[in-house]
Ligand binder design. Structure first.
Ligand SMILES: Nc1ncnc2c1ncn2[C@@H]1O[C@H](COP(=O)(O)OP(=O)(O)OP(=O)(O)O)[C@@H](O)[C@H]1O
Ligand SMILES: [Mg+2]
Length: 311
């Protein structure tokens, strides 16, 4: 039994070959597709989202034990669409699914891929799928799948035509999947309005899971998870017991990514103090409230830029 490093190395070599072949035809893929043998995120690290986690854990059987589906007279799922606001944990969930099922994780960043390869992205994805299907178990994560609409690249009539070709190439592949392939495609989007309906037809991305913003109990869990993660990495206590009655009302409607950013800001303020030779004590509720304020300020500016209020 080869050890993990050897396995990873062999896989990387195989992928390099595939990418080199594809690269000769289209160009470099670096940063646009990433492959991980062990994506290293577990479902326990995802706060809230109990329903979504439950469904995805069920789909893990499509990879580990597809016979279970056949025994009940149905085919295992092939395609899942995670949809919901930005920063709610969609990427984490896809990684966690690959981790629990021991599958190789292919992260395809479709905004980057389409920006470089335009309508050729369809053929490229076909090549990657061809390679993934030969692996024991694979999760193919199509991140920002709305980019397949190509409306960030082309004017509407051209985008529609080129996108239709691209999506057709992908669907052709979906329809030709071997029943016994231990492969699951997970797509993710925060823009359901920009998804081609043919992608969600039966046998394709036909398992839809909403990933909503966290409610207060979910935010509480996320906050605790993020604190534990930072403390584990630092190997020491970093937080005083926090007064959630003060903190939670200030972060209503915020995503997990917002909460992660607030925690990072609070810790960063300690780094600055320590760097300036001042005493840096554990993060308190007051530190967190300051970090929330400063994060809200930055969010406000981002929104103004996005909606053009400075124009
Ligand atoms: N439910 C959650 N539990 C724990 N952490 C979370 C959760 N949601 C978001 N986070 C934090 O936010 C970061 C970003 O999350 P993630 O990349 O999974 O979001 P996403 O839904 O894929 O966002 P996008 O739509 O922008 O791609 C994570 O690395 C994590 O730190
Ligand atoms: Mg994501």
């Amino acid at each position: 039994m080869p050890d993990q490093n050897e396995q990873e190395w062999a896989l990387q070599r195989r992928l390099d070959d595939v990418f080199a072949k594809v690269g000769e035809k289209y160009g470099d893929l670096t940063g646009r597709v990433e492959v991980k043998l062990r994506p290293g995120v577990s479902f326990d690290e995802v706060g809230g989202l109990a329903a979504a986690k439950g469904m995805l854990q069920g789909y893990a059987y499509a990879l580990t034990n597809p016979e279970l589906y056949h025994r009940w007279g149905i085919s295992p799922p092939r395609g899942v669409l995670l949809y919901g606001p930005p920063g709610t944990g969609k990427t984490m969930l896809a990684r966690a699914l690959a981790t629990t099922s021991g599958a190789i994780f292919y992260h395809m960043k479709l905004m980057n891929l389409t920006s470089k390869f335009g309508s050729n992205t369809g053929e490229l994805l076909q090549e990657i799928l061809n390679s993934a299907v030969t692996e024991d178990k694979a999760v193919l994560f199509m991140d920002e799948v709305e980019a397949l609409s190509l409306d960030h690249l082309l004017v509407p009539p051209q985008a529609r035509e080129a996108s239709a070709r691209l999506v057709a190439a992908l669907c052709e592949k979906f329809d030709a999947f071997n029943e016994s392939a231990r492969m699951l495609v997970i797509a993710s989007t925060s823009r359901t309005d920009a998804i081609d309906p043919s992608l969600v037809a039966p046998g394709r991305l036909d398992h839809l899971i909403e990933i909503p913003l966290p409610d207060t109990p979910a935010q509480q869990q996320i906050l605790a998870i993020l604190q534990r993660r930072a403390e584990r990495e630092a190997g020491q206590t970093l937080f005083e017991p926090l007064d959630e009655d003060k903190i939670l009302p200030m972060i209503g409607g915020m995503s997990g990514a917002d909460i992660a950013e607030i925690v990072r800001r609070a810790l960063e303020s300690k780094v600055r103090r320590a760097a300036a030779g001042q005493e840096a004590t554990a993060v308190t509720t007051a530190d967190m409230l300051l970090a929330i304020d400063s994060h809200k300020g930055v969010r406000g500016v981002v929104e103004k830029i996005r909606y053009g209020q400075y124009l």
